[in-house]
Design a protein around this ligand. Structure first.
Ligand SMILES: *Cc1c(COP(=O)(O)O)cnc(C)c1O
Length: 391
């Protein structure tokens, strides 16, 4: 019996992509083998994170890195690092950040539910700008001068949630922040591919960048990366690791933690709830190396191959190809909403990308489809979808 059957769980056909609700993506056997090997031996977790830092630094070009239990965990740890820097007394007080700089500025149109992680560290978000361009009331969004006007002695950092439409440009926000000696924490959770973003975002000078490991990188579902400035990564690591140790005999790996910069050892920090296991770290790093080594066009060709196979299995359905960092198939349906629900409630459950549902369009994301899924997906789509010409 499969591990899932033993739990009364039936696997789904995932044409939605590596989203959290549908369990992330499919791990390469190379990644699962590395995880199994890691699970069979014990290590010192600080040493393992020091090794992770070296790999992440090499792949991203950042000074240092930390393997995290997700991009949201990276935001929590990154925000904690911006609030406390290397002060163990401040680390001990979080999420109470009263009495030291605790405001993190964010452009109002970049607010989203994931910034809960930043607030959980103890930061108070200070919103700037009016997103008129989204409201249809104008063409403007937040501007640089508005961010600058919000900076006060209570400011600890600037949070930047990267999307292709984010404004003002990241490089300009970084330059402004650095003029005021403030760090910029970037949520780049879903900004891969292109793989070039792994290096391009730290190269903007952004002080901390969080990526999800369970999305495009195709690492373990509960994994992520925080990369950036050495002192801030050190702070994040200190607030994440178990440091219930004797100060005098403590000998941390120097590339991750510079003991000389500390007056003493922090206790379990705010980041303890974002604990990550050894097998997850090893799986993440293995997946990261694979992701960084595969050219974007080779990855795209793999995805197109899956989509083309599906089209051949359902030649009567008028799919259109939607190019993008990940190519998708779009299918206009007269019954899009009902079809999505019927496929999702069928056996096996089939999950499609619902993002174009308001336009009556179903989308197929290839990243988590297995070859065996394709005939079932094709026949279910043909049985359920009522085609529409409104593409
Ligand atoms: C997915 C996502 C996150 C969270 O990433 P996890 O790795 O699942 O923790 C954070 N921010 C944005 C914008 C995301 O899309």
């Amino acid at each position: 019996m499969s591990v899932y059957a033993a739990l009364g769980v039936t696997p789904i056909i995932n044409a939605k992509g590596s989203s959290t609700r549908v369990s992330g993506g499919l791990l390469s056997p190379v990644v699962t083998a590395a995880m199994a090997e890691a699970a069979g031996l014990c290590v010192d977790m600080a040493d393992l994170q020091a090794g992770a830092s070296r790999v992440i630094a090499r792949v991203t070009g950042a000074e240092a890195g930390l393997a995290t239990s997700g991009a949201a965990a990276g935001l929590l740890l990154g925000a904690a690092a911006c609030l406390t820097r290397l002060d163990p007394a401040r680390m001990a007080r979080l999420p109470d950040a009263s009495g030291f700089p605790n405001e993190i500025i964010v452009v109002r149109s970049q607010r989203n539910a994931y910034d809960h992680a930043v607030r959980a560290a103890g930061a108070r978000l200070v919103e700037v700008g009016l997103p008129d361009r989204y409201a249809g009331a104008g063409i403007r969004d937040a501007e640089l001068w508005e961010i600058e006007a919000a900076i006060t002695p209570a400011t600890a950092a600037i949070l930047y949630v990267l999307t292709p439409q984010a404004e003002p440009p990241l490089a300009e926000v970084v330059a402004l922040a650095h003029r005021h000696a403030l760090p910029v924490l970037v949520d780049a959770a879903a900004q891969l591919p292109p793989a070039s973003n792994l290096r391009a975002l730290p190269a903007t000078g952004a002080d901390l960048v969080a990526f999800s490991g369970g999305k495009a990188i195709n690492g373990p579902q509960g994994s992520g990366i925080l990369c950036g400035r050495r002192d801030l990564i050190m702070s994040a690591a200190l607030q994440n690791l178990d440091l219930d140790l004797d100060w005098k005999s403590w000998n941390p790996p120097a590339n991750l933690i510079d003991k000389d910069r500390l007056p003493g050892l922090p206790a379990h920090g705010i980041g303890r709830s974002a604990k990550i296991g050894k097998e997850t770290i090893v799986g993440l790093l293995t997946a990261l190396e694979l992701f960084a080594a595969e050219p974007d066009d080779a990855r795209t060709a793999r995805h197109l191959h899956i989509l083309n196979q599906l089209r051949q299995l359902a030649p009567d359905l008028a799919f259109t190809l939607r190019p993008g960092p990940v190519p998708l198939l779009a299918l206009a349906a007269a019954n899009a909403r009902e079809a999505l629900a019927e496929l999702q409630n069928g056996k096996p459950a089939i999950h499609l990308d619902p993002s174009a549902l308001p336009d009556g369009v179903l989308r197929i994301n290839p990243t988590c489809l297995r070859p065996d899924d394709l005939p079932i997906l094709a026949s279910r789509l043909r049985a359920v979808v009522i085609p529409s010409s409104e593409a």
